[in-house]
Design a protein around this ligand. Structure first.
Ligand SMILES: [Fe+2]
Ligand SMILES: [Fe+2]
Length: 184
């Protein structure tokens, strides 16, 4: 059975497993904010339809709240952010802007693909974590990501050109980003 991480005593660092969980999740929410920012900039500039743009803005606000929560939690648990933040800053934005350039449905396909991976990722973490603050936060965020995926599907993600290829490519990229951010 997986080792059970515990919150650290005041002034102490969290155990290695909890550190890696917090680091990668913080990185992921940071990347999510950047993906949505790229999408919003392109969709707004291209005068995309109001409904999908409003949906993207709504989801972006959710990601900002997620990021703010991890911004607050990490220092309390003595966890440093990933060293790869500059990479996720650029890659997240490029992914969001790039998919939005292909159209609103491609942007939604990106969201559906990312959130599918994050749902599974958070699910695996919930299996490893014992009851407590971090587990509660992740459980709540996972519900939010599931609803983001549902929203993206409702907004036509599956009608995007080459949906399956886009989905598989983005999922592979997300898994790589997760593996890197857990370690670095
Ligand atoms: Fe999120
Ligand atoms: Fe999300």
């Amino acid at each position: 059975m997986a080792r059970k991480p515990r919150p650290p005593a005041p002034g102490r660092s969290a155990g290695a497993d909890l550190q890696s969980i917090l680091r990668v999740d913080h990185a992921g929410e940071y990347g999510a904010v950047r993906i949505y920012q790229g999408q919003i900039d392109v969709l707004a500039a291209r005068r995309a339809a109001a409904r999908p743009l409003a949906a993207v803005r709504r989801m972006a606000e959710g990601e900002k709240e997620h990021l703010a929560r991890f911004d607050e939690i990490l220092p309390r648990y003595g966890v440093r952010p990933t060293l790869l933040r500059p990479l996720w800053w650029a890659a997240g934005y490029a992914l969001g802007a790039g998919t939005a350039l292909l159209g609103t449905e491609a942007a939604m396909a990106c969201t559906a693909a990312v959130e599918e991976v994050i749902d599974a990722h958070y699910g695996r973490q919930l299996d490893r974590l014992e009851a407590g603050e971090v587990r509660d936060v992740i459980a709540q965020f996972r519900e939010d990501e599931i609803s983001h995926r549902a929203e993206a599907l409702a907004q036509g993600a599956e009608r995007a050109p080459f949906y399956n290829a886009v989905r598989a490519t983005i999922a592979a990229g997300c898994r790589l980003a997760i593996a890197l951010s857990e370690r670095l």
